[in-house]
Design a binder for this molecule. Structure first.
Ligand code: AMP
Length: 124
């Protein structure tokens, strides 16, 4: 079920629990600003989720409320993770689902990184 994007941050969401080490994940990267792990139900040969260390519900929340350092650190981490996965030359896609129409299901901001095959056109 897509989340209601107007709700406040819920500390019990799955990605908050992964950040606190309460739930396992297949970690691929971690630094001061971001944690990345394999999606549990991959939709491409490479499907990595990147989450900020801070408590942000969505891209909307993050882009409005996060500090410049958090935004820069997170953006650099997303680029580095794709680079480390060897995706730059063949190409890849970064996706944020936001709110009801975006189909966001987990209320902690996450960037999806897809790669490993031609991904087709934008949507559908
Ligand atoms: P979204 O629809 O943008 O909120 O995407 C949520 C993503 O989280 C989906 O691609 C799920 O497969 C993925 N997911 C859900 N639970 C886990 C988990 N425990 N570990 C890794 N990925 C997960």
């Amino acid at each position: 079920m897509p989340i209601d994007p107007t709700l406040p941050y819920d500390d019990a969401n799955i990605f908050a629990r992964i950040l606190r080490g309460e739930l396992p994940s297949k970690k691929v990267y971690e630094d001061e600003w971001a944690l990345a792990f394999d999606d549990i139900a991959p939709q491409a040969p490479v499907h990595i989720l990147v989450i900020p260390k801070g408590s942000y519900v969505s891209w909307d929340d993050f882009s409005a409320q996060a500090s410049d350092a958090e935004i820069a650190g997170f953006a650099r981490a997303v680029g580095q993770i794709a680079r480390d996965a060897g995706l730059v030359e063949p190409g890849y896609r970064v996706l944020y689902n936001v709110g009801l129409h975006g189909g966001q299901e987990i209320p902690h901001l996450h960037a999806h990184i897809f790669g490993g095959r031609p991904l087709g056109r934008m949507i559908g």
